[in-house]
Design a protein around this ligand. Structure first.
Ligand SMILES: [Zn+2]
Length: 386
């Protein structure tokens, strides 16, 4: 346990907010593993200042169990923290810092276990994976999964240590975010019918999205989720310059959290169809330069439990989880499932404190994760686990 805390202290001190570089952290971990005799692959991203890490402990000629975490964290701006978010602070059996729960706590537990795994005679290897940009566009795991899908030895299974209070999560919704930009036509508002208000066209489209959400409630339902349907949400909208000018521009940001097995592209297709077959022709009859454009910000696939049943059955007894969970937040798991690596989510800490001021993880949770990983390591010395 002291080792885990010491490692977590080091990890949270790297300010790896997604808008900044994570390379220092990745290089520090690579050096740390090197000190244990483990050679890590550092995969640089296309964009500067970003890298993934992938390392294998044990025999590297066969597929192993991948333990995966994202190295980036969300910003702290505008949040009232009682202590420095980038310095691990102990209070009441808990440790506080940005990333303590989401999800450097898990990474610390994995690294704390590494020396034991190196010394052990593993029948099946353990892969350690760290990604970048999970909290922004998920570009890190997208890149790493593409690499792994081509690798001569692909992991047999993966555990992503997002904070689930050490419960096994077998399904999560997809998370697709789009920016819609409407271009209208400006005139003095007293002549409103000669112009096209981008604000009004955008409002029509937002109303369509809201109505589509109502219709989705008649569609597939998955009772495992708190909100048991594919969910749509418009988060921000901005447009126009004055009350007496028809707006030339309006943009809004919306998300589609698709149930596993539902394609966000299909849902987007319905929205796009309404825009292009109803709203746009009407606008262009007035001004031919009007436009409605959709830009993808993120599209991360959901995790479908049909692919990880066996893995969940294997892991649940080890972490003492009696019933698998399903979560509505996005994770990187779908990228791995999509390349044929069965994946579950299980890690220390509570998701409700993630992204919040005074984010923390309890020492009990870290201890439970340490014991969980130690037991996995122990079992891997006897036989292949996954
Ligand atoms: Zn996370």
């Amino acid at each position: 346990m002291p080792k885990t805390i010491e490692l977590l202290e080091r990890l949270v001190a790297f300010d790896t907010v997604s808008s900044r570089s994570n390379v220092e952290l990745i290089e520090w971990v690579a050096n740390h593993l090197d000190g244990l005799g483990v050679r890590a692959m550092v995969q640089m991203a296309g964009e500067p200042g970003k890298a993934n890490l992938f390392a294998t402990i044990g025999p590297d000629d066969r597929p192993g169990l991948m333990l995966s975490g994202h190295s980036d964290v969300v910003p702290v701006e505008g949040q009232a923290w009682q202590s420095d978010p980038f310095r691990l602070t102990h209070r009441d059996g808990r440790v506080f810092a940005r990333g303590s729960a989401d999800m450097k706590g898990f990474i610390a537990c994995v690294l704390a276990q590494a020396p034991t795994l190196v010394r052990a005679d593993l029948r099946q290897p353990v892969h350690i994976a760290l990604s970048y940009n999970e909290e922004s566009d998920m570009g890190g795991m997208r890149q790493l999964a593409a690499h792994l899908s081509q690798a001569s030895v692909k992991p047999a299974a993966c555990i992503i240590g997002e904070p689930t209070s050490m419960r096994v999560v077998v399904a999560n919704k997809g998370a697709a975010i789009y920016r819609c930009h409407v271009r209208g036509h400006s005139v003095h508002s007293s002549l409103r019918d000669d112009g096209v208000s981008a604000v009004e066209v955008a409002a029509d489209l937002v109303a369509f999205i809201t109505a589509l959400q109502r219709r989705l409630r008649d569609g597939p339902r998955h009772d495992g989720f708190e909100f048991p349907y594919t969910s749509l949400h418009v988060g921000t909208i901005a447009g126009g310059t004055a009350h007496n000018i028809t707006a030339s521009d309006c943009s809004f940001l919306f998300e589609i959290r698709a149930l596993p097995g539902v394609s966000s592209q299909e849902v987007l297709g319905e929205i796009r169809h309404h825009a292009e077959s109803v709203l746009l022709p009407a606008a262009r009859r007035i001004a031919p330069n009007c436009a409605i454009e959709f830009e993808e910000v993120v599209d991360s696939p959901g995790l479908d439990e049909r692919g990880n049943h066996h893995l969940a059955e294997t892991i649940m007894p080890i972490c003492g989880c009696l019933a698998p969970g399903r979560v509505s937040f996005g994770t990187e798991a779908g990228f791995l499932a999509d390349i044929g690596v069965p994946t579950i989510v299980c890690g220390p800490g509570e998701i409700r404190v993630a992204h919040q001021p005074d984010e923390h993880v309890s020492l009990d949770q870290l201890d439970a994760c340490d014991r969980f990983l130690a037991e996995i390591g122990h079992r891997l010395t006897r036989q292949a686990l996954v």
